[in-house]
Design a protein around this ligand. Sequence first.
Ligand code: C2E
Ligand code: MG
Ligand code: MG
Length: 759
Amino acid sequence: MNMSDPDPSATGGDETIPLLDLPQDDSLFSEALQSLLRTCRGSGGDLDSDFQILFDGSPDMLLALEPDGTVGDANPSFLAASGFDLPHLRGRSALEILESGYRDGFREKLEALGRNREGGGDSLPREIFTFRGLRADGSSASMECLLVPVRIEDRDSVLAAIRNLTLEKRLLEELRESEEQYAALSETISEAIFRIDENLAILFANSGALSTFGYTREELVGQSFRILFPEEVFRTYEDVFRKYFYVDDKDRPAMGLRRTLEVLGTTKNRGVAPMEMSFGNSKVFKERTLTCIVRDISHRKNLERKLRHLAYHDRLTGLANRELFHEDLQAALAGLEKDKNRKHAVLFMDLDGFKQINDTLGHDRGDRLLVEAARRIRESLRDADTAYRLGGDEFTALLSGIRRVQDALVVAERIQASIRQPFFLEGAEDAPVSVGVSIGISVVPDDGNTVQEVTKCADIAMYRSKDSGKGTCTVYDPAMDARVAERWRMAQEIRTALVRGEFRLYYQPIVDQNGMIRGLEALLRWPREDGKSIPPSVFVPVAEESGTIFLLGKWVLHRALADLKVLQDRNVRDVYVAVNLSGRQFEQPGFAESLVEVVRASGVDPGRLRLELTETTLMRNPAAAAQRIQGIKAALPGLRFMIDDFGTGYSSLAYLSNLPVDSLKIDLSFVANLSRTQNEKVVKAIINLGHSLEMGIVAEGIETRDQRSYFVERSCQGMQGFYFMKAAPLPHVLKRLERQTRGIPPFGEDPGRGGPAGK
Ligand code: C2E
Ligand code: MG
Ligand code: MG
């Protein structure tokens, strides 16, 4: 056989390994092998002693194979490294010492050599084959072998010179294997997997990548990674992608690189979709590659959006909720730092009279009213502005980018006008209801730099609106803080005054048609050392707000019972004492029990005690109020209840007739302006109502003789007012009562005797 010089540069060259190109170079083999091959050639094909010496002495592992791969001989290097002994090997196929995955490849190499031998090519026919070989103990190692056709003892043979792979080659080989495994594995994953090189060209794409992005493998591999993103997105992220190449996983947090990126990807035919990417870099030789796992998260994003909507929106009205209000306001505040000329306004809104509607018409209609109110508020805003429902009948709006506070006032007025329109609620079509809305406005950043500050200011302004007659709108003013502080100080002072015994209970007579005193309304007085007395209309609400009303109310009840005992002991008959109860006091758990206890302990006849509750208190929860009143009346027979300030609440007839109350007190605002036909009508209606429900009627605030006559003519049982007497300390009242015990009406028709009586 004619063999030319082995030329290292003219390689056998048909060895291609998928994915990786191994350098094919037999110069890696030892000098000894080179001379062995020369010997083979020189010997004219006979395996002479020289060959045998070289064969046995070679540091390379050598096998002499028959053309079909049967082992003829193995040198000591091979036997030492593989752990086999020669008799065991001889006659067996070399295929058996390869891992099974390499056997076909080896067989092909041998066949190729055979064909080449027949073809008698110019260059030295040889094959390099990389494989994993098995040792006798079953372990395996990566090897490469050079297969060279030789003639030994005049027979065609193949010399296999085997070497352990160099470290680099072994790594490559292992990598190739892991690549294959990786490719196989990546096919089982639905996520898109790409491997890209440093130029961001796609080296590899699994089938998940094809289905996610809608391209064929040919359309992807070799292309730039940029085809997977909208141009802008790619431009933004290009540098970030590159960073992932060089920064290893463990160093990423320190470098500010996130473990995953959420970016917008673009697919071939589904348009853009949100994608989540994670990265693993690897160094193949000196070149780095980046493996990207890309997940289409449209579904998750949709879900998130839905959840977000649920989390950030009010179920009932669909408006944004308190959480979103805080977030938006926070963002608005943050945005202002960048743009000093911008202002935002926060509107804090609370419906007036909603509670009554909710309590009297039921929660269903209450809910419908809220939905409709929410709609009206939203429609009163520009698109750029947002309305929120904080809960109950509390709403806010964030008006962004206003120039002056007047802009916000215009919006507030629009909202108020819209809310004032009657509400036609389903199930109550024939009787539209109406509510108002009290609004407070604060301006960002003038009124604060934090969400809490700004919200508090709007809230304070809103309360100011409520205080000043509801349905109004107030712009926050720092002086209001002073008012809040003032109220707090007053609450403290109420406590101190209680401890020091500074409060007094005055009594105002309730007079019948004949000028006889039928009852005395107990009214709190707080005379102060500085001479300025604070009216109960000021300190009672503060006491209610701060909770001191519980102590204050207890004191009033004790005082009134003690005074009633005095009347009883002085033999003043048929005169009751009416005590005002505050709503909070009445609704406090345990109130009924403690009331029953103190009344019983006082020794007074419950028939001489009346309790006044305002219409507003009763209508907050009429059913519960009715139940509580019933309980108290059952425990204290004879005790009666009166509805105070009647006509100012939103009583519905249905509830009124079910309330176990005994009399109505017409609110003095109607009495004061009887000349107005509207008021007169209300008063007439209340009197008729009282008569038909068999309730007593008391008119309060009678200041003139005409007013007195008016109510006398309409057979109103009780009258109370400055015309008769202002509230006074008990001894004053007792003086008046002395006459009465002698049978003389203290407030007879004669103005000389009964006119406005001063003290
Ligand atoms: P109210 O229960 O409706 O008491 C009637 C108020 O009208 C009293 O005011 C009384 O002085 C006033 N008044 C009586 N006659 C006339 C009149 O002819 N003309 C005018 N303009 N006013 C008249 P006052 O004492 O200032 O009490 C105001 C409110 O404070 C009371 O309204 C009641 O709601 C509350 N209040 C007073 N004392 C107590 C109390 O002991 N407990 C509770 N919870 N509230 C109280
Ligand atoms: Mg009263
Ligand atoms: Mg009243």
